[in-house]
Design a protein around this ligand. Structure first.
Ligand code: BES
Ligand code: ZN
Length: 893
């Protein structure tokens, strides 16, 4: 059978360019085209002759026909990316019946079972994309998810081809004293001319994206963990020598994760060794390679002097996430990349539940909802919207999104809320049991949860198919048997999807009484229709509905509550999330109305007063701990306010005005700062001197910085003094960074002094210097664009390191003042970054497109400027698949 009649494979063979060699758009890969791979690869043997500039890879694949596959051809298609085969042998003899088809190698095999050997040569030092085998800081490491393995050797690089790997590697001992791979080390020894070698074997069949290899000059923080069945596991956190002192928190986090997964999900680790390696050049946060996780240093290294409380939590959460993948991802992997949420959504839920147990449920839930609203809601409302199980892609790297991850986690959390934790555990036990060792689908997961819990999830499956954040309009009337509440739901149109069906939406609700203060009992209701009315029991004569408590469902609730009701909920609701929500609602309502010029002076003043009073009750409520207080004191982000401003207008006429939103939000901060000066001063005095490791120290630090931020708006001089003092007295990064953040937004000599002091103190510590860039790029200073331009010329700035690029430019793209500068200079800066970065690291470059893609929801002058920048990028020659896809989707919508 020739190539032209080969059945469509899910990798999508590139369409042949036409005779005139016109460049073609990268092909679209569709979920509906899935077909199993015609060959099985039960065993893979790899040999690496390692060198930074030249590595020779010899790969031996045992292949045999896949009996589950109807394909009757003789071709074995092996994916490659930028490779050429130095030699091909079959069954031990040189073999010539093969050809390149685009980047792939196609071998025509005579029989149904063969041993195929292929030699490739690669240059890790030249690999700036950081996909495949690359050099970082003198070491060699790999990143193979999603399609990086094909940059190392020719292979069926798709997640449903599972193979056991035996790996031999050799290289100069002086450059690479430590040689690591998946599984267990089975042999090692000395070679010639100062080389040494090691052989590793991973007994668990795995897809190629979980392959990993690391070679370098590393030292380990080592420990052991005894599993629930008494097996001893060796744990190592590998870093460069100078970083060893900052690895204890990572190690503790790993042990806690292992214990928690046994206790909570009954999952035990399955190898005798668990290695984590920290690398400083990494596109993502971390990667769950079997037995050999590779981490961005950012999510490993932490000590009080260099990492904030939030950084400590992030390390704990990411270590947990990658560890949890050992079951939700590795033992059960994905059939194809459309099923990505099967492993990522579920694993995010697992890491969120873990962190809730470690840090406190309420605060963690609020933080997770804040992230969802800041990152996922805008995505779901824009040109890049897609279902948690996408239908098509050109470049899969573009689909590691807040939708697949965070909304994916919310969807599974809803099933858990409906089933209850115990029944949910029955469901996950069944899932792990039923699909262990397989490459599964989202459908397999939902079916297992259905069978294990007894839930009926037919309509619920729409959450996997339909993009867009559902909106639920709520209205109420006092009936004879209680409160009659009417719910109308709609799912907005998204690219390629209109006329969507009603969602199955679980909501935890309660009806309180504002007059008596009586709190109603909570119940879970389930919406299934476009419109329905449900009668809820009353707790007293003046009912106040508390709805979507704990954020049971990732929806937008629209309702007309009186300000007094929101103030009551903010002060009195027994669900901490509902208190937070009421306060956010108050702020959103006021800020959107004010920024849209819908309020007269009296209305504006009344809104500020209501918020001031609500803040007073938060500040003075002794029943709150400081962590929760600090959380409640945060106003909604400007990004979330844009969505609210553009989104509350169903006619689609009102657009977000970033300038107005920023102005109103700063004015509200100032009003609260002025109105509550005394209370804030006294709270600051209470928390200022609490010791770093006091049990309430964390909460105290959070509150301190929130207060300084309010004063920065109301009384900049006072704030400068306060923040400088806090900076000078700080014995930890949280206080130091918080103070510097406030100073960065002020026009005060203290700003430059402390920035310089910070730089001098931490010069040479890459992760902290990243913070130094970020603080300035995020600042509220009016000259932020010029400052960012100057920082790009700083000797420490480089486009080659993703952490550094993000520290400056992702921060800047998230700084509404700078990015949305009226003259478009912020948009141009980000477009220039995309064009400069695309040839170096397309995956990272493409992630800068989405901020520009929001143009349709923004007022017309800025919208035109944003669109023009997207068009300028689209017109550039030689764009990567990654950037091409994101820019064209952003323009087409
Ligand atoms: N499997 C991913 C890493 C990954 C992402 C590889 C995209 C290739 C492309 C890993 O499990 C992951 O999800 N990491 C997250 C952090 C996590 C805590 C959500 C990341 O890297 O951002
Ligand atoms: Zn993950």
């Amino acid at each position: 059978m020739d190539i032209a009649t080969t059945p469509t494979n899910p990798e999508g063979n590139p369409e042949l360019a036409d005779a005139a060699h016109m460049p073609t758009d990268p092909p679209v890969i569709r979920r509906e085209d899935y077909a199993p791979f015609p060959w099985l690869v039960p065993e893979t043997a790899l040999d690496f002759k390692l060198g930074a500039d030249k590595t020779v890879v010899t790969s031996r694949l045992m292949v045999r026909r896949n009996p589950a596959c109807e394909y009757a051809g003789t071709e074995l298609r092996l994916n490659g990316d930028g490779l050429s085969a130095a030699s091909v042998s079959v069954d031990g003899a040189p073999f010539s019946d093969h050809a390149m088809d685009g980047p792939d190698l196609v071998i025509t095999l005579p029989g149904s079972s063969h041993e195929v050997e292929i030699v490739t040569e690669i240059n890790p030092s030249a690999n700036t994309q950081l996909m495949g085998l690359y050099a970082s800081n003198g070491m060699l490491c790999t990143q193979c998810e999603a399609e990086g393995f094909r940059r190392i050797t020719f292979f069926p690089d798709r997640p449903d081809v599972l193979s056991t790997y035996r790996v031999r590697m050799s290289g100069p001992r002086s450059d690479f004293p430590i040689l690591l791979c998946n599984g267990n080390q089975e042999a090692s020894g000395e070679g010639e001319d100062g080389t040494h070698w090691a052989e590793w074997h991973d007994p668990w069949p795995k897809p190629s994206y979980l392959f990993a290899l690391v070679a370098g000059d590393l030292v380990a923080n080592s420990a052991t963990f005894t599993t629930m069945n008494g097996r001893e596991v060796e744990l190592n956190v590998w870093v460069r020598e100078e970083d060893l002192a900052r690895t204890d928190h990572a190690m503790e986090s790993l042990k806690k994760s292992m214990k928690w997964d046994e206790d909570t999900f009954g999952r035990e680790y399955d190898l005798d060794l668990y290695n984590i390696v920290a690398v400083s050049d990494f596109n993502m946060g971390a990667m769950e390679n079997k037995g050999l996780n590779v981490f961005n240093t950012k999510y490993v290294l932490a000590d009080p002097d260099t990492a904030t409380d939030a950084d400590f939590d992030a390390v704990e959460g990411v270590i947990a996430h990658e560890y949890f993948h050992n079951w939700s991802g590795n033992r059960i992997t994905c059939r194809d990349w459309f099923q990505l949420s099967l492993k990522e959504g579920f694993t995010v839920l697992r890491d969120q539940l873990f962190s809730q147990d470690m840090q406190g449920e309420a605060v963690k839930r609020i933080e997770d909802v804040r992230i969802l609203r800041a990152a996922q809601f805008p995505e779901d409302a824009g040109p890049l919207a897609h279902p948690i199980r996408p239908d098509s892609y050109r470049e899969i790297s573009n689909f590691y999104t807040a939708t697949v991850y965070n909304k994916g986690a919310e969807v599974i959390r809803m099933m858990r809320s409906m089933a209850g934790p115990d029944a949910f555990r029955e469901g996950t036990d069944l899932y792990f049991d039923r699909h262990d060792g397989e490459a599964a689908t989202c459908e397999d997961f939902v079916t297992a949860i259905e069978d294990g819990t007894g839930l009926e999830l037919a309509q619920f499956r729409r959450w996997y198919r339909q993009a867009g954040t559902p909106r639920v309009q709520v209205s109420q009337t006092l009936g004879s048997d209680g409160l009659d509440v009417t719910f109308k739901q709609t799912v907005p149109d998204t690219p390629g999807q209109t006329d969507k069906g009603a969602m199955h939406i679980p909501l935890r609700v309660a009806v309180h009484c504002r007059e008596t203060g009586a709190l109603g009992n909570e119940q879970l209701i389930e919406l299934r229709h476009d419109e329905q009315t449900i009668t809820l029991p009353l707790a007293g004569p003046v009912p106040v509905l508390s709805i979507n408590r704990g954020f049971t469902a990732p929806v937008v609730i629209e309702r007309d509550l009186e300000t007094e009701d929101l103030v009551f909920l903010a002060a009195k609701d027994d669900d901490p999330f509902a208190r937070y929500e009421a306060l956010q609602d108050l702020a959103v309502r006021h800020l959107v109305a004010a920024a849209s010029f819908e309020l007269d002076e009296a209305g504006r003043a009344a809104g500020k007063l209501a918020l001031r009073d609500a803040f007073r009750s938060i500040i003075t409520d002794d029943s709150l701990d400081h962590s929760m207080r600090g959380e409640l004191m945060m106003l909604p982000s400007e990004t979330y306010l844009f969505e609210a401003m553009a989104g509350t207008d169903s006619a689609g006429i009102r657009k977000a005005d970033p300038g107005q939103i920023h102005k109103e939000r700063e004015q509200l901060k100032a009003a609260i700062g002025v109105g509550l000066k005394r209370e804030l001063e006294s709270l600051y005095a209470q928390v200022a001197d609490i010791a770093y490791d006091d049990p309430i120290g964390r909460g105290a630090r959070k509150v301190k910085t929130q207060i300084a931020a309010l004063f920065a708006a109301s009384d900049p001089e006072r704030a400068a003094i306060m923040a400088s003092r806090q900076y000078d007295a700080a014995d930890n990064m949280t206080d130091r960074q918080g103070a510097l953040m406030v100073l960065c937004g002020l026009q005060s000599p203290s700003r430059e002094e402390r920035l310089q002091a910070f730089y001098d103190r931490y010069k040479g510590n890459a992760l902290v210097i990243d913070k130094w860039f970020t603080l300035q790029a995020l600042s509220l200073h009016p000259d932020v664009i010029d400052q960012v331009r100057a920082l790009a010329q700083h000797p420490d700035f480089t486009m080659k390191n993703p952490n550094r690029v993000r520290s400056l430019y992702m921060a800047f793209a998230g700084n509404p003042q700078g990015f949305h500068a009226k003259d478009g200079s912020g948009y141009k800066m980000i477009a220039d970054v995309i064009l400069a970065l695309d040839p170096i690291n397309p995956q990272t470059a493409a992630r800068f497109v989405s901020p520009l893609g929001r143009w349709r929801r923004i007022e017309s002058v800025r919208a035109g400027l944003m669109k023009a920048e997207l068009e300028r990028i689209a017109g550039a020659d030689g764009l990567s698949r990654d950037t091409f896809e994101q820019v064209s989707r952003s323009l087409d919508g």
